[in-house]
Design a protein around this ligand. Sequence first.
Ligand SMILES: [Zn+2]
Length: 423
Amino acid sequence: MRFLADSQNYSDWLRGIDKLTQDQKEVLFERLKSELGNSVRKANNTVELKVESTVVTKEISRIREIADKPTSPIECCLHCGSTRIKKHGKTRGGVTRYICKDCKKTFSENYGLITHYSHLDNWQWLAIIQGVVLHLSITDIAKNIGTSKSTAWSCRLKIYKTIESIYGHSDTFNNIVEVDGKYERLSFKGCKDKEFFIDTLKRMPRHHRSRKERTEYLDSCNKYRELFENNPSLLKEMIYHSQKRMDGTRTIDKNHQHICILTAIDRSNNIYIEPVTSGTANSIDVYNKLHERISNDAVRVTDDHRSYKYFVRTERIEHIQITGGTYTSGAYSLSRVNSLHSAMDKFISKDMERKPATKYLDLYLMMFWWLQKNKDLSQTQMSELLFNIMTGHVDCHMRANMIPVTIDDLVGRPLPIDTKGFF
Ligand SMILES: [Zn+2]
């Protein structure tokens, strides 16, 4: 091994290892392992290289064990949940197949695992998962795994979708629960349909800044002339007005360019957080979303918005209202829900590159929910747990909820909110 140490590149590289964080070392280890596998396969001979033993910590070997282990034994049908299953040969790839005696369907033991139906290695999935836990940008995740940004983006979205499939909105509330709505601007990021923007939303995509760009945009879909003749005031607004006019709570109901994220949290860290409607959530929205989750024994703490009164009256729930301008009422406050919303702001950052399109906001919030539920774990533990889940090392009930996810399905999905007929 002496010639290795003589090489300047190699010794520079080794010195750099000490500066890496634990997480970076883990990713590096998985990457080396995978590169080594590739080069051995390519050269088709036995090259003996040893990874520096100092890099290998207990943590890394634990994650390696997980990745190399087959998934948990299949105990129930992955289609219907029945336990009356039996082995049914192997797939072409050598994976065990099962058949269900109840629904008669067959499935392989990798059915529904996003990590299996991908061209990425385990170290790459692990790096994406660490990126999720550490709130890294897509640019950074893509760099870490050596793929395009769109691959990194779609893998991350598949992780979010899998969390949604497994857990859904499962928390219920039976003690003191704080409920509040939070407003976010609608975002049609990635939408290329110009007529949809102009005719339906009556605005420009947000990245068109200068007047020249705005005029060109309208021209390119022949809308400039049409508006000039039929709706000059809208044309003027589109070209001259600042996009900021969409901000502010007073405009929420009027223009429906905002969505309401309904949120509930109690003292046991049960959390419900979901985008429900464009504009303000009304009494019926609140009732429909919450009446099965909040028990009659619960005490509900909200602000003084009228939409909460109908629900508590109908369900006879004790209700504490915190009036506008104050933050507490005796022992009650909205501090938990407020701090959850600040954490949410960090997760779906204001930074445009990270801000999700509304179409995917529910999935981002499911991921946010999972991270909040597990916030007492260290970042390494969280990554490990999430990696376990994605590779199918979960109980039978959760495993049966894991369904195949394709990026086409995700891109083609409708808006996850009640648009009240506006879009
Ligand atoms: Zn079945």
